[in-house]
Design a protein around this ligand. Structure first.
Ligand code: ATP
Ligand code: MG
Length: 435
């Protein structure tokens, strides 16, 4: 087995036992986005490298060390998308979607060359939303309230909303000077990363995860105390809406987010149940980015959520989606039974909305087929042999409740299956008798 090919480190297969959780998550999130008036866009996984260096910023973890970048056969530098916002903005500009107002969402895999660990992978999945053309705190609030609703619908309690404002570019410039003065006065306490950031992107020092830096950072001047009037008003407007809707938040002046392009609102949803990688959703306003990428000056705000981490929380919360388990499993043995059986199965699927019916393939004895039926988790086995076929009957064998096997006329099977789907009961008569 030494020469079998394995997946790339940090790139995971999502296997049949996991996909029901993913599908449930994707259904709930996509459903909520649709209900709030967001339209889906599907974007390429590959973009020109320049798109990311120009939008995310040269001095960020992503652009400095996390991108999968390569030259294609004509020598163009391409990069597997590390996040969705840059591509979404590129597409919006290119397709003239940045006129007026747009509410968009996207989903799919993202790629970052990170050190793989729990909750941090090299291929991971996000669902993100971006709104173009709206400046006010109303839409910032909408995005946050929408995510809060998603967590409720997914049964995820215990998530904390952290909130900050990065102010206007001018306010941030003033603050930046003050922060640099402060950090320079304590230069001997700065780690290597922070020294580099001090010159290129000092705000990102606040983002440092190095415990040795924590004290210095906690005592640093705060951007929230230096907001320009308009940003203050914007932030107050956002908080007022969250208060009115009953969504709790925690002000976190150290929340600056890894990316360069944010302005004003930044937020994160975090969990204490995930260890070190506790952020499940992060977003904010990026009013300058569309223009920076060559579009008209159009304000924008958005978020992205990490699906791997949300799936872990769903599992921990005990949500067990079971929709992949069949209601019924059709067992067929004997001359000509397979041909008739598959035709009947198609008729039942036509007649019974929502029916999950697995038809046995591959032949074998009754015993071995019933074993497969049992392993499938189905509530009932529909058993057809030559005798049943001759009598135009199907035997219903209860696989879960131990009720006696029962013969049902072919003409009555659809009705029985409908009851199984709607009531989830294999043998209603038996239940009635014992009640
Ligand atoms: P961090 O500071 O943890 O590296 P980030 O700022 O790089 O996070 P974002 O770019 O904001 O993360 O991505 C939004 C969300 O996507 C994160 O909150 C997280 O849930 C998820 N995410 C980001 N990177 C990864 C990864 N490598 N593996 C799994 N999920 C990820
Ligand atoms: Mg990161």
């Amino acid at each position: 087995m030494s020469d079998t090919i394995k997946a790339i480190r940090g790139m995971n297969d999502i296997l049949p036992l996991d996909t029901p959780h993913w599908q449930h998550l994707e259904r709930v999130v996509a459903g909520t986005l649709g209900a709030y008036g967001y339209d889906e866009v599907r974007l390429p996984l590959l973009e020109r490298t320049e798109l990311f260096s120009r939008s995310i910023g040269e001095v960020t973890d992503i652009v400095e060390k996390e991108m999968y970048t390569f030259s294609d056969r004509s020598g163009d530098s391409l990069t597997l998308r590390p996040e969705g916002t840059a591509g979404c903005v590129r597409a919006a500009i290119q397709n003239a979607l940045v006129r007026g107002q747009q509410r968009l969402w996207y989903q799919g895999p993202m790629f970052r060359y990170e050190r793989p660990q729990k909750g941090r992978y090299r291929q991971f999945h996000q669902i993100g939303a971006e709104v173009f053309g709206l400046t006010g705190p109303d839409v910032d609030a909408e995005l946050i309230l929408m995510t809060a609703r998603m967590w409720r619908e997914l049964g995820l309690g215990g998530l904390t909303l952290e909130l900050n404002s990065l102010g206007s570019p001018e306010a941030r410039r003033c603050y930046r000077e003050e922060l640099v003065t402060y950090m320079e006065a304590h230069e001997e306490q700065l780690d290597e990363d922070s020294r580099r950031r001090l010159i290129a992107n000092p705000l990102r020092i606040l983002d440092s995860k190095n415990p040795a830096m924590a004290e210095l950072i906690a005592a640093a001047p705060r951007l929230l105390d230096h907001l320009d009037d308009e940003s203050r008003e914007h932030f107050d407007g956002l908080c007022a809406r969250l208060d009115a809707a009953g969504v709790a938040y925690r002000l976190n002046p150290l929340l600056v987010r890894g990316l360069d392009y944010y302005s004003r609102t930044v937020f994160e949803w975090t969990s204490t149940e995930l260890g070190a990688q506790g952020t499940v959703c992060a977003g904010g306003r990026y009013d300058g980015l569309v223009e920076q990428l060559g579009g008209r000056p159009v304000p924008a705000v958005g978020f992205a959520m990490g699906l791997e981490r949300l799936v872990v929380l769903m599992r921990q919360a005990g949500t067990e989606p079971t929709h992949h388990i069949p209601h019924a499993y059709l067992v067929m043995v004997g001359e000509g039974v397979g041909v008739q059986g598959v035709a009947l199965a198609e008729q039942w699927r036509d007649a019974v909305p929502g029916l999950r019916l697995t038809v046995h393939c591959g032949g074998g004895s009754f015993k071995s087929q019933l074993k497969k039926a049992d392993a499938s988790g189905a509530r009932v086995a529909l058993v057809m042999g030559e005798d049943e076929l001759a009598r135009r009957e199907v035997a219903f064998k209860d696989l879960r409740g131990g009720a006696p096997q029962e013969s049902v006329a072919v003409a009555a099977v659809a009705k029985r299956l409908r009851r199984l789907v709607t009531e989830g009961m294999t043998h209603p008569e038996v239940t009635e008798v014992s009640a």
